[in-house]
Ligand binder design. Structure first.
Ligand code: AHR
Length: 323
């Protein structure tokens, strides 16, 4: 009888151990107590992106989080495949920076059905917010507004026409949509300010140069260039110089990001104003991942704190700029 009782107790405790192991987290890293994070990055299209990737990799290492990192090369289908692979591997948490806003419902529902929490970083999606835990990143509309406000202030005493060309980011990406929206919202109060051409440069230096070359051929009267990131602005500067014009003087230039190369161009007077977009999201992301894994509540929207730079401020901060 005693033997039978001991066997029953041993069996029950084994079942409990198994149950606890499953219940403590379904991820591949939960057996060792290490959190496994699957992260799908947009690509390596810009200096901002390189700094963002470095920040995430370093922060994961410092936090002792096992990071499974995947580079989507700016293709949504690669991101969807990576997320499906993370689900199959049963990671503890999935995070990703969505290349475009639309088309995520199916894969987010699959993650939810598998019980794996999803964190959005950097860019937003248009899916039902119940499909992800939180969104950590910039307010891109506000960035666009800051760019527009600087321009309005610069030209406040003139009634002359101001012809603007806009280099947009990747078609369908949140920063491209929102930076355009915020900028145009502010400048529309000034009837003399007109966006005479607006085209995508896909957030890359090469495309920024190519599109600017075409714009310079088509329009002889460009006063201002608004580029949705530094890289496209820097590519456009090459095109402007090759056309025999002086960037920053013949054409005023506003960009977004404030990565080192952009800040150097601002300090040199080849860019006139930069709106900051902070790529150093790694530490905040790892804190969120830990909280989510522990079942703690996190805010549904976490907005990055950012500033703006003119030439004097760029010169001041350049020596200590991290990226
Ligand atoms: O989503 C952030 C944007 O993506 C950055 O402004 C741009 O440089 C990057 O490619």
């Amino acid at each position: 009888m005693l033997k039978k009782l001991l066997a029953a107790v041993a069996g029950a405790s084994l079942a409990l151990t198994t149950l606890t192991a499953c219940g403590s987290g379904s991820g591949s890293g939960s057996g060792s107590g290490t959190i496994t994070l699957g992260f799908s990055q947009v690509g390596a299209e810009s200096g901002w992106r390189t700094a963002n990737t470095k920040s995430i990799q370093e922060a994961a290492k410092a936090a002792g989080i096992d990071l499974k990192f995947s580079d989507a090369q700016q293709k949504q289908e690669n991101q969807i495949a990576a997320i499906r692979s993370f689900i199959k591997q049963r990671v503890d948490v999935i995070a990703f920076s969505p290349v475009v806003v639309t088309g995520w419902d199916a894969v987010l529902k699959e993650a939810k059905a598998a019980g794996i929490p999803v964190v959005l970083t950097d860019r937003a999606v248009d899916s039902d917010p119940s499909l992800y835990v939180t969104f950590l990143g910039s307010d891109f509309v506000e960035e666009g507004r800051k760019a527009g406000q600087w321009l309005v202030d610069q030209y406040k005493d003139t009634r002359e026409p101001v012809n603007i060309v806009q280099l947009e980011g990747t078609v369908g990406a949140a920063p491209a949509i929102d930076r355009k929206k915020g900028f145009e919202e502010v400048i529309k109060a000034n009837p003399n300010m007109k966006v005479i051409a607006s085209q995508s440069g896909d957030f890359t230096r090469a495309k920024g140069k190519e599109v600017m070359q075409a714009l310079l051929k088509a329009h002889k009267d460009i006063d201002v260039l608004y580029a949705h990131n530094d890289d496209m602005g820097l590519g456009a500067i090459q095109a402007i110089e090759e056309a025999g014009l002086k960037p920053g003087q013949d054409i005023k230039i506003i960009t977004v990001d404030a990565v080192r190369d952009g800040m150097q161009a601002l300090a040199d007077g080849r860019i006139n104003f930069i709106v900051e977009c902070n790529p150093l999201l790694g530490d905040q992301l790892m804190d969120i991942v830990k909280k989510v894994h522990a079942g703690e509540k996190v805010d549904r929207r976490i907005v990055t704190v950012e500033t703006v730079f003119d030439q004097a401020k760029a010169r001041e901060v350049l020596p200590t700029r991290k990226y």
